[in-house]
Design a protein. Structure first.
Length: 206
């Protein structure tokens, strides 16, 4: 029987996951935690086969940092991200940290368990939207005139974010975001956000 650890600070979801996973008869939940700090402190004693990991956790350590620490020490443990986040940075940061797969929380319990099965067989399970995002990233053209930071700013705006959202996500001031926006307009020869997004998408720069 494979051992599972659940790292999720939503108690209701954590309990639902524990019940569904234990009910399969193939998995044993050996621990449930709501912080990355607590998880990292006991993972050596528990040594699970797979971890279900949320990104946004109680405490100072988020799920991506927790994944990185565990993967550095115990790379054979499969870590399956289960989160509401679908933006590019969160997805790729999680995968770079060593996550074996990335499933969004609107997935059914059956889909989550199937993703666990796939991960343990060496697969990289992903929700449909996440898989499409990853594939799309490989089809982007790399002749973009935009810098990496400008590209991130424009991606946030293209996904419905505001200047303030971009500032918060990139740890920049709103004035700095406006500076990047001006450079984006100049480089793309446009005068507004909508045209900038449309131009970049047509040329597969975002």
């Amino acid at each position: 029987m494979k051992k599972v650890v659940i790292v999720e600070d939503n108690l209701q979801l954590s309990n639902s996951l524990q019940f569904a996973i234990s009910s399969t008869g193939r998995y044993q939940v050996v621990g449930t935690f709501n912080t990355g700090e607590e998880t990292c402190s006991v993972i050596k004693q528990l040594m699970p086969d797979i971890i279900i990991m949320d990104i946004q956790l109680s405490g100072k350590m988020n799920g991506i940092e927790c994944t990185q620490r565990i993967n550095n020490l115990f790379p054979k443990i499969d870590i399956l991200m289960l989160t509401v986040f679908e933006d590019n940075d969160q997805v790729f940061d999680a995968l770079k940290a060593g996550a074996s797969g990335y499933i969004t929380k609107n997935a059914s319990m059956e889909e989550i368990i199937e993703a666990m099965n796939q991960a343990l067989l060496g697969g990289a399970p992903m929700s449909f939207n996440i898989a499409r995002m990853v594939l799309k990233s490989f089809s982007k053209k790399y002749d973009s005139p935009l810098s990496d930071k400008e590209n991130k700013v424009l991606n946030i705006l293209a996904n419905g974010g505001s200047y303030k959202t971009a500032a918060n996500q990139l740890n920049l001031s709103v004035d700095t975001i406006k500076y990047h926006i001006k450079n984006i307009y100049d480089k793309l020869h446009v005068s507004n956000k909508e045209d900038a997004i449309e131009t970049a998408r047509k040329r597969r720069w975002i």
